[in-house]
Write a protein that binds this ligand. Structure first.
Ligand code: SAM
Ligand code: SF4
Length: 358
């Protein structure tokens, strides 16, 4: 397991509740220049991972030096300031969040905001490999739903996509999460010529086990070893193909994220589409993203960011930090600039998805 050391908690004790005003304070909400209220924070707690998915990372990645990482206490403090300012949903992601050492300390700390009612939802996006170890505790802490990334049900294709992963690890993770009572959404990146023929099987698998399925288009983020134009499969094509054999009805179901959902009549299950490239999903964007070094990205598809680590470390009170957050939200752009360029191979944004966590 690729651990990351932190000078965070010892993983044994529950953190002491802090008087941070979360949920009950008078602090004004965070509203961007387009009137969008920021209620959803995604936090990447590590850029490292035990897999090397072909669309996400190159095989030999250079990861951030450990000394640049925020400690778990600092991540907790930052998240708590956002909660005090009106964030109602926190998603812990990565890299693979569950390989960060003592990551459960952070979940235990953040769970106090669920208990106080300041937070509606604490959730996680994971490749599933560590769920046999952590699913029970996540559920006990109040995590209700998780996203598990799974692109194929075929052992060989799984190895080809993840390079370092084994399908059986993820299957054991799904079993553990199900047993713990967690609602599961499968995220499947649709890849041309790789897993596009498996989408219907995945639909039967997920819905057969009472899980939602969301399909994702590849996004042009970070250098990878191959050419993304070879992988890109527009979900508009996938949807029309599916509609020839399945009855898809648009439904207003929302999870706070960018997916648009249909109900599949034949299975009774939900199918989501995340289409950053073929459909602009920005107008209702309520999200910002924090990296494990304290950089706040106001848009997944743009470079604009604010450093929150310096104001966090400059003072024990949160005044500087709040001012930096307000300044950042005032710069949140209207939308992204993703285009899978037909000519150039350069990614639209140079950072990998594992930096901001998708
Ligand atoms: N390691 C965890 C996982 O795989 O679920 C969390 C982090 S991962 C970066 C979050 C999600 O982003 C995964 O569902 C993954 O499939 C997706 N992803 C990664 N790179 C992507 C890309 N270039 N385009 C679209 N989705 C991507
Ligand atoms: Fe790791 Fe998730 Fe990226 Fe795959 S998609 S390499 S599991 S961070």
């Amino acid at each position: 397991m690729s651990d990351q050391s932190t000078n965070g908690g010892n993983g044994l004790e529950r953190p002491v509740a802090q008087t941070d005003g979360a949920g009950g304070g008078d602090a004004p909400a965070l509203v961007d220049p387009f009137g969008r209220r920021i209620t959803y924070l995604r936090v990447s707690v590590t850029d490292r991972c035990d897999f090397r998915c072909v669309y996400c990372m190159s095989e030999h990645m250079t990861f951030l030096p450990r000394r640049d990482l925020l400690t778990l206490e600092e991540l907790d403090r930052l998240c708590s300031v956002f909660v005090a300012r009106g964030v109602r949903k926190l998603r812990i992601t990565g890299g693979e969040p569950l390989v960060r050492r003592n990551v459960m300390w952070l979940f235990r700390a953040l769970a106090r905001h669920l208990e106080s009612g300041a937070l509606d939802e604490l959730t996680v996006t994971t490749n599933g490999s560590q769920l046999p170890k952590y699913a029970d505790e996540l559920a006990a802490l109040g995590v209700k739903r998780i996203n598990v990334s799974l692109d194929t049900l075929d052992e060989e294709t799984f190895r080809a996509i993840t390079r370092w992963g084994r399908l059986s690890q993820v299957m054991a993770g799904l079993d553990a999460a199900e047993k713990a009572g967690l609602a599961i959404k499968i995220n499947m990146v649709a890849l041309k010529g790789v897993n596009e023929h498996e989408i219907e099987d995945m639909l039967r698998f997920a819905h057969g086990r009472g899980m939602d399925l969301t399909l994702i288009e590849t996004m042009p983020m970070g250098e990878i070893d191959g050419d993304r134009r070879d992988q890109y499969l527009p979900l508009s094509t996938v949807r029309s193909r599916l509609a020839e054999r399945w009855t898809l009805t648009d439904i207003p179901y929302k999870t706070g994220g960018p997916a648009r959902y249909v109900e599949v009549e034949e299975t009774g299950g939900r199918l989501g589409f995340i289409t950053p490239l073929s459909h602009n999903f920005c107008e209702s964007c309520n999200r910002v993203r924090l990296t494990c070094t304290g950089q706040l990205y106001m848009c997944l598809g743009q470079e604009g960011r604010a450093d929150l680590r310096a104001p966090l470390r400059a003072s024990e009170s949160d005044g500087l930090l709040e001012a930096a957050i307000e300044e950042a939200i005032a710069r949140k752009p209207k939308g992204h600039d993703f285009v899978i360029d037909r000519v150039a191979r350069a990614p639209a944004v140079p950072r990998h998805m594992s930096v901001t966590g998708g």
